[in-house]
Ligand binder design. Structure first.
Ligand code: ATP
Ligand code: MP5
Length: 274
């Protein structure tokens, strides 16, 4: 069941610099004309140069936030980002596993900071991925979730197919769809969509040359959750989420914000006239 507008719940961390995490999620959900609810799973002191400190709130406070949202709102889909601890991953699986779940398995930030350690990785594999609707790792995250060396040379489509098989094997109803995202600033970007037992599908679009890409993965997965909440079919939703992400990357291409890797734009593509 869905409401008008549909409610999309973002379960993620904050980025004080406003590029990634909940800042990206809520702006993206609003841009898709959905209503964004949020559960804060981590607070980061972060800017364009890196992640300087992380605080994970007490588990019962995270549980209270989830309970408040579920008690009052009809949630059409959930997007998870940085979860921060294995206990939070398990809690999310327990409380939200019955809903349409887009899991962005955030492990490492663009800046290289570790946002999910080995215990978080293991909790994703054991508890959250098998019950997800869609999982959206980048190549490094897909390799980590499979427990293979990132430099092992598996092509991304094989990572996608193997991860779909790993998650599906452990779970019910065929397991999640897996989208291994493929950023890149030259030529073509290809994301690979894999479903258990099917040949992975290549979803390609032109790459944009930009250094302002902090928050790109969060934007993509929040767009995907919003589109699925509106009843859009999976492959079309993946293509539209990538198109939205590209549009926002194009908007911030020439920005000079901060001293490090700048943000993907969260401003509207067109603005109201005064
Ligand atoms: N420079 C780019 N030009 C066009 N599309 C891009 C570019 N970089 C990433 N994308 C697209 O953005 C989406 C998110 O992919 P990406 O691989 O950047 O996620 P990610 O690595 O998880 O991001 P993040 O590190 O921000 O979490 C995908 O659809 C990808 O193809
Ligand atoms: C709170 C939070 N969530 C997610 C990311 C990942 O985004 P990116 O890979 O663009 O740094 C981040 N840096 N911070």
């Amino acid at each position: 069941m869905s409401t008008d507008p549909p409610v999309v719940l973002a379960v993620a961390g904050t980025d004080s610099g406003g590029a990634a995490g909940l800042a990206a999620d809520l702006a993206t959900i609003a841009a898709h004309r959905a209503h964004g609810a949020c559960v804060v799973t981590a607070i980061t002191a972060q800017d364009t140069t890196g992640v300087h400190a992380v605080h994970v709130p007490p588990l019962d406070m995270i549980d209270e936030q989830i309970a408040a949202v579920l008690d009052d709102l009809t949630v059409a889909s959930v997007k998870t980002g940085m979860l921060g601890s294995p206990e939070v991953v398990r809690l999310v699986a327990e409380r939200l596993g019955h809903l349409r779940l887009v899991v962005d398995p955030v492990l490492i930030a663009t800046s290289g900071a570790v946002l999910g350690d080995e215990s978080v990785r293991a909790a994703y594999v054991d508890h959250l991925l098998p019950i997800a609707t869609v999982v959206t790792p980048n190549v490094e995250e897909a390799a980590a979730l499979l427990g293979v060396d990132g430099a092992c040379g598996f092509p991304p489509e094989e990572l996608a197919a193997r991860l779909a098989a790993q998650c599906g094997g452990a779970g019910s109803a065929g397991g999640p769809a897996v989208v291994v995202t493929g950023g890149g600033t030259t030529g073509t970007c290809t994301d690979w969509l894999a479903l258990l037992g099917q040949t992975p599908v290549a979803l390609s679009h032109p790459a944009l040359a930009t250094e302002n890409d902090h928050g790109t993965g969060c934007t993509y997965s929040a767009a995907l959750a919003s589109l699925l909440a509106q009843g859009i079919e999976l492959e079309t939703a993946c293509r539209c989420a990538a198109a939205y992400t590209s549009q926002q990357l194009a908007l911030s291409r020439r920005w000079e914000l901060g001293r490090g890797r700048g943000p993907i734009a969260h401003v509207a593509a067109s603005h109201p006239s005064h």
